[in-house]
Design a protein around this ligand. Sequence first.
Ligand SMILES: [Fe+2]
Ligand SMILES: [Fe+2]
Length: 280
Amino acid sequence: MPSYPANKINTPDEQINILQITDLHLSTPVTADDSSSMYSDGMVCQRSFESILQQALSKDIRCDLIIVTGDLVSQVTSTIYDHIFDVLQATHIPFACIAGNHDVTDESGKDLPFSQRKLIARPADSRLLSRHVIETEYWQLLLLDSSITGKIAGEITPTDIDWLCKRLSRCKKPALIALHHHIIPLDSDWIDTHMAKNTERFWEHMLPFEHLKVVISGHTHQEQVRQRQGVTVYSTPSTCYQFKPYEYDFAYDESALPGYRWLQLANNGTVASWVERLDT
Ligand SMILES: [Fe+2]
Ligand SMILES: [Fe+2]
């Protein structure tokens, strides 16, 4: 069984296939015989996460690494992480998890509008990674923790930027950055107020590094692709519920199914990526 977290990935050919899953939002570990209706949301997200994983790994593509980009839970409880890690370990595929806002903040009054909810700071589970490197033969994968305890928005801190600059100066392999919060506005006012802070400084510092090729994030619960400074920036759907793109105020997208993203990183620095949705 691969040890956690993934540090080095070797593949039998010259490309690496990454499965990105994000925004699992499990709120309670449930068992098959648990019929309690109070856990229905948790049950939906748990089943959706497990179905997504099963579907993705049954496809005709070799999965070399799973990256989980935050919001693993909607209620910070170590037993929920235990369950998620058990499910991921059982795949026998190397994986790595980073925190999202919901991994460091509980919200009380979830039936209330955002502005009226109370945010409660929580310590991150020790298994969630920060400033973590996964080496591959042709690529470097740089995982950041953009979450801020007790807040919905995130941040790329000056220390993160220093760390990235050092890494990218030292290693000229094509680079991928993974973090939870989005770093380019998605023209959806309510979610853009909760994106990562300090992104202009981030982009400024990334300018000299032409080998930074791709950034992946979660948080937005929708599929989006943007470009800036030659970097392709992907947002990925949640494994559970989706938000409506281009809405000024919060809105669920009832028509969008749970999803996940594949990234194929080739030895020449090119990237192929696409989203798949849960079969109905
Ligand atoms: Fe989320
Ligand atoms: Fe989030």
